[in-house]
Design a protein around this ligand. Structure first.
Ligand code: EPU
Length: 422
């Protein structure tokens, strides 16, 4: 297994290219189960989670081929006598919860899907009751046996679905299912994340009739068939946000190439409130950490609120900022697993339920720390960039799930960072 070794103290300057978005790529790959022929995606990030989704699609009987560049994937349905397999097994779902995204497309197109229940994960319980409730509203029969959820429907029928909370993958599953249902579906309290909008854009390219994605009310007129498309995946707003924090913390000056400022409004607002200079430029977003960082309070919320996927990174920034920050994690109940590791580097953070109180002004010191989940891993690297001496981030596979070549990108802008054998 690999580890990442960081020597703190370098100022980051230069340009960082932002890769395709993980959380857009995963539903889009699942959406490739819907059309009648082969679809091609460009700007696909090189990530363990994307490879897991590709593996799942292959297990279902689809072919997934790399194009001339590794960032291009073509996904084609089974042909001839080959029948699709309609099951996502536990071995895959347990390594990646987003496997559940095949549920909607498979039921919509083939009338059945059997998917292992994901169970809890490092950051919280994360049930899929809203996905299932929505599919039931669309007329599907849902049963549970041996840890699997079995969903069947001859043809889904449009319905009004009011989500209890704006779940991102839940909403994506239901949009994909409703795209091929008979009649009109309305999803109320829908997730407004840019990745949901991206999925709707791609499905519309395929011939779906979806309106309102990006708002809390999405309307889908079902169609009988979807056609193959070609699409370049949007840039990863969380990767961009993570590097923005790296630039701010190291008092650097970095252009995040391809970053879309409108996807990052809440993050940019908090960076500016901390004293960081952020400017949209042709080609991306420039982030400059000029003066002293000041403490800001954060409440994570569904989009367009502050993203939970940026909470750990801002917590590290809060450790070195002037003053005290109060952070409230409102999406996942257990997303503070980086806190004890940061404590080993000298951070002063007090947790009380969903609230974290971070005392700023800490001089972090390098240490060996354990990555516990994807964004926690990124936060430990950020801490290493400003800590005195050497930081080793162990269990790097979490990082490889969602950050493409993070050590290479950081090294190219001046960080002393390398990957080594653990
Ligand atoms: N929830 C339910 N029931 C459901 C669905 C969700 O109670 O049926 C709850 C969850 O437990 C959570 C809240 O609703 O408390 C929101 O969860 P959501 O369903 O929106 O999360 P998700 O779709 O499983 C996606 C991203 C996550 C990101 C969250 C929140 C993908 C593949 N994953 O997860 O990304 O944190 O939305 O924005 O899109 C990451 O990239 O590190 C990551 C964890």
């Amino acid at each position: 297994m690999d580890k990442i070794v960081v020597e703190g103290g370098s100022r980051l300057t230069g340009r960082i290219p932002i890769s395709g978005a993980k959380n857009a790529a995963l539903p889009l790959l699942a959406a490739a189960l819907l059309p009648t022929g082969a679809s091609t995606f460009k700007n696909v990030p090189q990530l363990a989670d994307v490879r897991t989704m590709a593996k799942l699609l292959r297990m279902l009987g689809w072919t997934v081929d790399e194009g001339k560049t590794k960032t291009e994937l073509t996904i084609a349905p089974p042909t001839g006598k080959k029948k699709p397999k309609l099951e996502a097994p536990y071995e895959l779902v347990k390594t990646m919860r987003a496997s559940v995204l095949v549920l909607g497309p498979l039921v919509a197109r083939y009338g059945r899907a059997r998917v292992s229940l994901p169970g809890g994960c490092a950051i919280g319980a994360r049930p899929i009751d809203q996905h299932l409730k929505g599919l039931q509203a669309l007329g599907a029969t849902v049963s549970l046996d041996h840890g699997y959820v079995d969903v069947t429907a001859k043809r889904l029928k449009g319905a009004t679905i009011v989500l209890d909370m704006p779940t991102v993958t839940g909403c994506e599953n239901l949009i994909m299912a409703a795209a091929l249902a008979k009649g009109r579906t309305v999803i109320e309290n829908a997730a407004r994340e840019p990745e949901v909008e991206e999925l709707a854009t791609v499905l519309n390219k395929m011939g779906a009739k979806i309106k309102g994605a990006g708002s809390p009310l999405i309307t889908i007129e079902g169609v009988d068939e979807l056609l193959p498309i070609e699409h370049a995946i949007m840039p990863d707003r969380i990767e961009a946000g993570t590097f923005a924090v790296a630039a701010a913390m190291t008092r650097g000056d970095v252009l995040l190439e391809g970053a879309v400022p409108e996807h990052l409004d809440a993050v940019i607002a908090k960076l500016r409130a901390s004293g960081v200079t952020v400017a949209a430029e042709a080609g991306g977003l420039r982030v400059r950490g000029t003066g002293e960082l000041t403490a800001v309070d954060i409440i994570t919320q569904p989009h367009p609120g502050f993203p939970t996927d940026m909470q750990a990174q801002f917590m590290v920034m809060a450790c070195i900022a002037k003053g005290q920050s109060v952070i409230r994690e409102m999406i996942f109940e257990n997303r503070y697993m980086h806190v004890p590791e940061l404590g080993r580097m000298g951070a002063d953070i007090h947790i009380d339920g969903r609230v974290a109180i971070v005392k700023g002004g800490t001089k972090l010191t390098g240490a060996s720390v354990m990555a516990t989940d994807l964004r926690a891993s990124a936060s430990l690297i950020l801490a290493g960039l400003v800590a005195s001496g050497k930081t080793e981030v162990l269990r790097v596979y979490h990082l490889d799930r969602g950050y493409e070549a993070i050590e290479k990108k950081l090294k190219a802008v001046g960080a002393k960072i390398k990957r080594a054998k653990q």
